[in-house]
Design a protein around this ligand. Structure first.
Ligand code: ADP
Ligand code: ADP
Ligand code: ZN
Ligand code: ZN
Length: 823
């Protein structure tokens, strides 16, 4: 047993709990009850701390200490590995292959087991030569990026019907310089008065691309005043490249940039590798081709080799090493690892897929699969909702993988909301009963069945099927948004009809195209038309770069846009990335609070205006920490950590500002209040009361007003956004898009969320959610089921209709689970 005594992290109330090792343990409880504080903040953090204490003092200085959990004692604690849900690193070079380390094996396979061209010695390239991220492998032209900025005839001559005299070569400079180049061409005997496209190809190529720079003496013919002069010729390409590299004028550089196009590198074709490496093949394809294949295809390509019984031994003379023992060993290992990924429903991904384009759920499953192969045993894996983003049809394999981790001799602790996963655990630790101060106690710790006797538990009714179903009357749409000919990722010429004024759930297995349809196509196509711009740039998780490289949305025709006047994406992305943004600033509540303080007699007497009460500008804030309340502690080589400010001790303001009180509280006191306390304190201030009551409605009464954005979970951030929307309280024709809004939510919180979404619909708006939780799907007005499978086998609408229609659909993989939920 892992025995925890006196845990007081965050809201935990001196928790004592014993959790079995070598088991699968589920930590449950409503959002904010303290599950993560126990599983991650206490158990995992303590294991981390001990690990750091055990390493040499010298090394310890170099490693971030993490935090010191508030706990009296923990005994029986093995080392821990945490697999939390995070977006991929912003590095655009991180891919599925590098994350899973499968790329290493692929490179080894090509180096030792590939077929080399006749003129090359088999095995002559080491595995680095197959990586665009190494000096040995990177294509010289594009430094391994695979992208090149180049000029083409089309980019240099946008209108080939013009003659050179008329300005066909748009990329050339204008005015005197351009005329000069033209005169040189005349002198050299080129015809500048026929349309560009009529010139022979040889001439066109020379004029645009030559590196020669003939110098000729030109005697201006029509201009008698000018004297003969010497002119140097620049081809359009040399002119553009020269200007880019050497011009001191930013304006000139910008101008020529317009005549360049970025595309796959012409030397490596986008693979980022040198020609020698690309000449090596396995099963007839080079490494770039295999990296671009889906994991499912890749498995089938290497399977014949992996299943070879009698492998020949490497022969020096043979060009091919494909059936050597080495190749068989490597492909066997690769195949078994691919099969785990495929069983986790990720067979539609490719090794070359950039990690910033993956969803957090996909990321975590990749990490889990990678851990299975790490060979670690005797560790505790602490996982954050491994079922996130998973269709119910894919839950079984996930459970099997968790079981394998356990069978290998590990403990698996999961923070989970999916009752199917919880039911399959051997032990449950239920935290509650409420959130924040109302939570923080362990209500039950023991075999799952035993929770049935714990009346206080918010989890119990959902686990044992006693929860009341919310069954709203189904609403019928009167108007529709109709999209024709959508092409993006695996959607090919798809037609989709979205009912307006109702709640629609989009379902389907992972990779079927739900997010592409909702978060990308709908968001961009409708956003551009209705808001005048696509939804706010995704600026804070590195996903932006990867996505902006995506082709633009292609929709041939949209009808029904006139029924919409706004589009809002309510996602789980943080409401801010620094401790400077918080709940109060984000919702606009803080503006009202600052005005209240500025309106007090004392503030007026001292001449303090509302700005004085902002911690973001000089004046009223503490200057030591510049209003952050914390100071970054710089650690050599490491990302900094935060410590409380020695002057204001976290209050954020200077003493004079804190002397102003409203009903006996300073501005810092108000920031320290929980939403529920503040709602009482400010109940007679209408503007403040309105936003506080919407926060209460979405179940966030336990949050502090000043709780920094950085401390909020994704689910909390999402509900804050939702509350901000609800507070606008206007009858609308808004389209709300939500991608898996129930991620991180306990079933009880899900009911709360659903109630809010229904409120938006009641007010005349349209809500479209991508969802895996069948309870939510069952209560939607309309269901669009995508599939039938992931990747190229998906991208279609398998069926759509009411939940009952879809549940009856024979070809839908969602149907069996949906009909179960409808019972
Ligand atoms: P759960 O995992 O059950 O959703 P948490 O353990 O994340 O709950 O949070 C429990 C309580 O502690 C909540 O009231 C939450 O707002 C608060 N909390 C979480 N993280 C921090 C933090 N870093 N600082 C202060 N309070 C926190
Ligand atoms: P779902 O939301 O149903 O899980 P997605 O819309 O995320 O499915 O993905 C549908 C298909 O599009 C999958 O084959 C996926 O690999 C592919 N895809 C999604 N995003 C990208 C991207 N940024 N680049 C390339 N392919 C992508
Ligand atoms: Zn290249
Ligand atoms: Zn300070």
């Amino acid at each position: 047993m892992v025995r925890v005594r006196g845990a007081q992290e965050n809201n935990l109330r001196s928790v004592d709990v014993d959790v079995p090792r070598d088991s699968i343990v589920a930590f449950t409880g409503i959002s904010g009850s303290g599950k993560s504080s126990l599983a991650f903040g206490t158990i995992y953090a303590e294991a981390q701390k001990r690990y750091f204490e055990s390493v040499a003092p010298y090394a310890r200085r170099l490693i971030s200490q993490g935090h010191n959990p508030k706990v009296e004692a923990i005994t029986g604690l093995p080392p821990a590995v945490a697999l939390q849900q995070r977006r991929g690193t912003a590095s655009s070079r991180s891919t599925v292959g590098t994350l899973t380390t499968l790329s290493n094996s692929m490179r080894m396979l090509f180096s030792r087991g590939g077929t080399y061209p006749a003129n090359a010695q088999p095995g002559s390239l080491d595995s680095d030569a197959f990586s665009p991220n190494t000096a040995a492998g990177a294509c010289r032209e594009c430094s391994g990026l695979g992208i090149a900025h180049t000029v083409t005839e089309e980019s240099l001559v946008p209108d080939p019907s013009l003659t050179i005299r008329e300005g066909a070569i748009a990329a050339w400079p204008g005015a005197w310089q351009g005329k000069n180049l033209r005169d040189i061409l005349i002198h050299l005997g080129y015809d500048v008065d026929v349309p560009w496209r009529k010139l022979p190809k040889k001439d066109r190529d020379w004029i645009l691309f030559t590196e020669e720079q003939p110098v000729v003496t030109i005697s201006p013919q029509r201009d008698r005043v000018a004297k003969p002069y010497k002119g140097r010729f620049w081809s359009a390409r040399s002119y553009v490249l020269h200007t880019l590299a050497d011009s001191g004028s930013a304006k000139m550089r910008e101008r020529v940039l317009e005549y360049m196009v970025s595309g796959p590198c012409p030397v490596c074709g986008g693979a980022g590798l040198r020609p020698e490496a690309l000449a090596v093949t396995f099963a007839g394809r080079n490494i770039a081709e295999l990296n671009g294949a889906t994991l499912g295809e890749l498995a089938e390509i290497i399977r014949p080799t992996a299943e070879l019984k009698a492998a020949g031994t490497a022969s020096r003379s043979a060009a091919s090493n494909e059936d050597t023992e080495v190749a068989v060993t490597i492909t066997r290992d690769l195949l078994s690892r691919l099969e785990i990924l495929i069983s986790l429903g990720l067979g539609y991904l490719s090794l070359s897929r950039a990690t910033p384009t993956l969803s957090p759920g996909e990321m975590q499953r990749l990490r889990i699969a990678t851990q299975l192969r790490s060979g670690l045993f005797g560790v505790v894996y602490v996982l954050d909702e491994p079922s996130a983003g998973l269709h119910p049809a894919d839950a079984e394999p996930l459970l099997a993988v968790l079981q394998e981790l356990k069978d290998a001799g590990n403990s698996v602790f999961v923070v989970e909301h999916n009752m199917d996963v919880v039911r399959s655990a051997e032990w449950i630790v239920d935290v509650g009963p409420q959130a924040g101060d109302g939570g923080g106690t362990v209500l039950y710790s023991g075999p799952v069945a035993g929770l049935a006797g714990v009346t206080e538990s918010a989890t119990r009714p959902f686990l044992f099927g006693e929860a009341e179903e919310i069954s709203p009357a189904r609403r019928r749409a009167e108007r529709w948004l109709s999209l024709k000919g959508i092409s993006r990722h695996n959607l090919r010429e798809l037609d989709a009809d979205i009912p307006l004024g109702v709640l629609t759930a989009v379902t389907g297995v992972s990779g079927s195209g739900k997010s592409t349809l909702v978060s990308q196509v709908l968001a961009e196509a409708v956003g551009t038309q209705v808001n005048g711009a696509p939804p706010e740039a995704e600026d804070d998780d590195g996903a932006a770069d990867a996505r902006s490289a995506d082709p633009g949305v292609q929709v041939r025709r949209i009808q029904g846009l006139e029924h919409l006047d706004r589009l809002v994406k309510v996602d789980q992305r943080p409401i801010g990335r620094t401790p400077r943004s918080n709940l109060a600033t984000y919702t606009g509540l803080f503006d009202h609070v600052r005005k209240l303080f500025a309106g007090t007699d004392e503030a007026r007497a001292r001449g303090y205006n509302a700005g004085r009460f902002s911690f973001n500008v000089a004046g009223g804030r503490c200057e030591t920490c510049q209003g952050e309340g914390f100071l970054a502690v710089e650690l050599l080589f490491l990302p900094g950590t935060y410590g409380p400010c020695p002057d204001c001790h976290g209050a954020r303001y200077n003493e004079e500002t804190l002397e102003i009180t409203y009903r006996g509280k300073s501005i810092a006191d108000v920031l320290g209040m929980r939403v529920e306390t503040a709602a009482e304190f400010l109940s007679d201030v209408p503007a403040a009361a309105r936003s506080l009551s919407t926060l209460l409605d979405v179940g966030l009464g336990y949050l502090r007003l000043g709780q920094p954005a950085t401390e909020l979970s994704g689910g909390e951030a999402q509900r804050i956004k939702l509350a901000t929307e609800l507070q606008r309280a206007r009858r609308g024709h808004t389209l709300y898009l939500l991608d898996e809004p129930t991620t991180g939510l306990h079933p009880q919180d899900v009911q709360l969320l659903l109630a809010q979404l229904n409120r938006l619909v009641e007010a005349g708006n349209t809500v479209v959610v991508v969802e895996h939780s069948m309870n939510v799907v069952a209560s939607a007005d309309w269901v669009i089921d995508m599939g039938p499978a992931g990747g190229d086998d998906g991208g279609r609408i398998v069926c759509s209709g009411t939940a009952d229609d879809v549940a009856a659909c024979e070809t839908s993989r969602t149907a069996p689970y949906l009909s179960e939920a409808l019972k």
